[in-house]
Design a protein around this ligand. Sequence first.
Ligand SMILES: Nc1nc2c(c(=O)[nH]1)N[C@H]1C(S)=C(S)[C@@H](COP(=O)(O)O)O[C@H]1N2
Ligand SMILES: [Mo]
Length: 196
Amino acid sequence: MKKIVKICTVIFAACTFSMCNNSDKQDNPTAPATKSEACMKPISAADSAKFLSKQLEVKGEVETPLILTVDSLKAMNVVKIDSFKVVCQSGGVMKASESCKGVLLKDILEKAKIKQTGHKDRNFYIVARATDDYKATFSWAEIFNNPTGLNTYVIFEENGQPIKHQGDMILICTNDIKTGPRHVFWLKSIEVNRVN
Ligand SMILES: Nc1nc2c(c(=O)[nH]1)N[C@H]1C(S)=C(S)[C@@H](COP(=O)(O)O)O[C@H]1N2
Ligand SMILES: [Mo]
């Protein structure tokens, strides 16, 4: 009897150990969450010179198309955003800011006034585009009928400094699960399109 108990204990211990080992491998893959290859390429001086954007054009289905600069944003309702992290789809933390300053995308769109013909005319998509043609998309409902609208900004200052290599303006959405995809640096336009 004692022998059986002993054998069982050994088998149980062996199983537990191998299970732990297995789950350990799953939880801690040999490669830790690193910046994905495509994202970790640092911005070269040549690229930042080539793609830097000084103006933000608001266009498309709007009553008043706008051309905004950092100065025009500063004249709007400027808000401070605390600690913002850029997390790539791969899980890597790409950038962390202690604080940023910017204006809500919602305020910019309200200034430009989306051309709505009536109460039910609210199927629009908004594209934030950069000079390198990187882009992120929002829907009318996200911006005007969802908390995302209160978490989407065009920023012009990070850690008390004007944005340099990724300047002049960056679009961010602080409530996205992974904030990298809708972090649009070298921002050049906000385009409002109607879904046909
Ligand atoms: N204009 C522009 N914005 C972009 C990208 C890009 O290639 N061009 N890459 C995106 C990706 S994939 C990520 S993860 C983050 C990386 O931000 P970082 O360069 O500040 O680390 O920016 C996003 N914004
Ligand atoms: Mo990314």
